[in-house]
Write a protein that binds this ligand. Structure first.
Ligand code: GDG
Length: 489
């Protein structure tokens, strides 16, 4: 200790996200079973962990009876440095399926959904908002139980936009970072949100607010000016008695995880099997959560147009589309799922034969090694998002194509399109243009493919997830140091 007690900035990092990176189950003996998940955020933070310890705070994922909460809390903390936030299933549904995924998510992706759903539920119903606010309060209370002076708090994503202000009210000197993984929309769309002021004020209590791209940051700043009348500069916003810094931190992937997998004999074997299976055909690949922001129907229709316009690809091109079920309790996702199944059926019916199915549709998640094998054999990867904060699939494909130099067809509406200049950029709403891009990608010369791949590969290997986390946390720590100096002066 340095005489300042526990208040040295950056003693620990408290990472706060909607879900904990661990799946919790009670086994038959009444003991807790924990399974750590290998999500992107977990590997991104591995590097930060070497610098200073961190504690993870997040929702447990399902309702835990009162009498079980203490034992679960103790064991999670001891085994994984995780702190659970408990919500009833009822509240969690309104907070997570309701306000997060049926209000904020569509709006931030420029999809203002109908005000009334088919079962008569109102979109902006105050009960969703109340549940969101209640959940954010629960997070604040859980954090207060573990917070120590000097800790840095890093809040993740749109689920927790009120949390910075709730924490600031409880601890005046706390250092808070906030990162948004989705796009931040233009003010003309953001202003639709009935609770627009409260959500903005919630985030503005943070010391550092991070976005993937310059455009999202610019939209956020102009929203602060237009909606709250605040003065904003490219550096941030003056709000109450503090300055909320705004920064751009484009996320990436963990390249070594892919390099390691590509080197595994089992993955190489799987890749050979796939190659044999698709011999004589070109493979186009799509990997998406089945979410309306991913533009899966756009992709399917463009592939249909390709087959109609360029019959030479009949029997010679296959679209493998992984569509992982997502948010299946939200009405809009149910609609999307049946619409997608219908399209796949129509196209396969129209262009298929006894020996050939143009679309191989996989409506479940595949394991990581199979995914890597697929990435490595695909001639083309198609990302047709209608909006996407970043899109990591585009980076992962590039990483797995070091030798084959496949072509990436990438929507201009994905955040990653701003950095991946070696991709074939498309507007997914223009189905003809997308179909032409698929044709061009399938027909690209080896030289052209190599040139594009070199550019892409360089970017993906240098702008990693670890680099993202380290940049954000070191800037946050710097701000904490500056604030402490100002206080001590
Ligand atoms: C949000 C933002 C932003 C997919 N299918 C399978 C599978 N995946 C993995 C991919 C990739 C991840 O899921 C998807 O990441 P994305 O970035 O593409 O998209 P979102 O899930 O929407 O993520 C996005 C991101 O947050 C980070 O800030 O980039 O814009 O929307 O890693 O590989 N993994 C396995 N099997 C599958 O079937 N194993």
């Amino acid at each position: 200790e340095n005489g300042l007690g526990g208040s040295t900035p950056g003693r620990r990092l408290l990472v706060v996200s909607n879900r904990l990176p661990v799946t919790i189950n009670k086994n038959n003996d009444g003991q807790w079973d924990f399974k750590m998940s290998a999500g992107g955020l977990v590997s991104a933070l591995a590097g930060v962990k070497n610098e200073f310890p961190f504690v993870w705070v997040g929702w447990s994922g399902s309702e835990v009876p009162d009498e079980d909460q203490d034992s679960l809390r103790t064991e999670l903390r001891a085994q994984h440095e995780c702190v659970p936030v408990f919500l009833s299933d009822f509240d969690a549904h309104l907070y997570y399926n309701g306000f997060c995924n049926d209000v904020l998510w569509p709006l931030f992706h420029y999809v203002p959904l109908p005000i009334v759903s088919s079962d008569g539920e109102r979109k902006f119903d105050v009960k969703y908002w109340e549940a969101y606010s209640k959940a954010n309060h629960r997070f604040a209370e859980a954090i207060m139980q573990v917070y120590e002076p000097g800790d840095l708090i890093w809040v993740q994503d749109y689920h927790l936009m009120l949390l910075p202000s709730l924490l600031r009210k409880r601890i005046r000197d706390v250092t808070i970072g906030f990162f948004l993984h989705t796009p931040f929309p233009s003010s003309e769309v953001y202003r639709i949100l009935p609770m627009r002021n409260k959500v903005l004020q919630g985030v503005l209590a943070a010391d550092l607010i991070g976005f993937h791209t310059y455009d999202y940051a610019r939209h956020f700043l102009s929203v602060c000016t237009r909606i709250l009348g605040l003065e904003a500069s490219p550096k941030g916003v003056d709000y109450k008695d503090h300055f909320a810094h705004v920064g751009i931190f484009p996320i990436g992937i963990d390249p070594t995880a892919f390099i390691r997998a590509l080197d595994l004999p089992s993955v190489q074997e799987r890749a050979s099997e796939l190659q044999a299976k698709f011999a004589g055909k070109k493979v186009l690949l799509g990997v998406d959560r089945l979410d309306y922001i991913k533009g899966v129907p756009h992709k399917l229709m463009a592939f249909e147009t390709l087959l109609a316009r360029h019959p030479e690809w009949n029997e010679r091109a296959v679209l493998v589309q992984i569509a992982v079920p997502s948010r299946t309790e939200v009405e809009e996702y149910k609609k999307l799922s049946s619409q997608t199944h219908e399209l796949v059926g129509r196209i396969n019916g129209k262009f298929g034969s006894v020996d050939y199915s143009p679309i191989v549709f996989i409506n479940q998640s595949v394991n990581f090694h199979d995914l890597v094998a697929l990435y490595s054999v695909a001639d083309v990867c198609v990302v047709s998002s209608i909006r996407d904060g970043m899109n990591l699939v585009s980076y992962e494909y590039v990483m797995c194509q070091r030798e084959r130099h496949g072509v990436l067809v990438l929507s201009e509406f994905a955040g990653s399109a701003q950095s991946l200049s070696g991709a074939l950029r498309v507007n997914p709403w223009n189905i003809e243009e997308l179909a032409t891009a698929l044709h061009d990608a399938l027909s690209a010369s080896p030289r052209e493919r190599q040139l594009k791949q070199q550019k892409l590969y360089r970017y993906v290997t240098t702008h990693t997830a670890a680099f993202w986390a380290q940049s954000f946390v070191s800037e946050l720590r710097e701000l904490a140091n500056l604030e402490r100096e100002a206080r001590d002066a």
